[in-house]
Design a protein around this ligand. Sequence first.
Ligand SMILES: Cc1ncc(COP(=O)(O)O)c(C=O)c1O
Length: 331
Amino acid sequence: MTNRLDEIPRVRITNLPTPLVELKRLAEVLGGPRIFMKRDDLTGLALGGNKTRKLEFLLGEALARKCDAVITGGATQSNHCRQTAAAAAAVGLECHLALGGEPPAVPEGNLLLDRLFGATVHWCGEFGKGELIPKIAGELRAGGRAPYVIPFGGSNAVGALGFVAAIAELKEQLAPLGARIGHLIVPSSSGGTHAGMAVGVDFFDLDLNVIGIGIDRGEPGEPSYESELAALANEVAERIGAAPHYDERSFQMRYGYYGGGYEVVGDLEREATYLVGSREGILLDPVYAARAMGALIDMIRKGEFASSDAVLFWHTGGIPAIFLHAKDLVS
Ligand SMILES: Cc1ncc(COP(=O)(O)O)c(C=O)c1O
């Protein structure tokens, strides 16, 4: 089958390749495997993050369809919405965000940036997972606009293509590295990043075990998150002309790191943030990267990896949220 990835519409809004670095001082203190980090916190746009890779394909399709606006949604502090707002500004599309919660007196963190990028925020109260996107899209259409709808997290088959492409990028970086990386650890939440990576690993023939860390759920759910990942991966595979052979057993998830819940910073996240900050001079965001790094540290301490192993941590960004968690981080 042919590789159709290069023929799919894409806008170039990301600083690529993002650096692949070795965290030698962190590995030294943990005494486990070699640790590498893929720095998608440095994707460039709007203070970085993984969603920019998805937006290259999503906005590519929006422009190809001659849309004049985009609409997406998420939590008040959604990194995805912040990057969408910036990306839309960069390519000249009007941006509408369906955000959970109520308008605060002063917008902070990602919400401040949404405003600075000129996005229109639609406050959705209890609906913080994009539930009201279809309704708002309908209103925009009724008003004569042609909105392009991006689902919660940018996690559909188009967005996930960004992470198929990311694996091709990784493969090029691994070749001269002189280390065989066997495991990839990534925060997994709405699924596009994880599903895209799984397809990319097969498509570009990497011998890499992808382990997703559950960020916003403490168990698989019903239907299972893994079956959602499989359905998404199958759609992605079909788009690039690969075999859609995924089922829920194709995905490895860890749910044991949910702690006090989504956006709750506990000892796990705090320790990971301090360790990586003080040993490597690298910031983790408190919600995603700190939880996933906390999980990796725990797995290393439990002896899941041999000292001859090399593991890769995919830093997915989210830095603007750090200032909202000052109290939790210094307590
Ligand atoms: C910083 C950050 N990392 C990781 C993720 C998870 O990516 P996905 O939603 O594709 O599973 C998100 C999603 O919101 C995020 O904002």
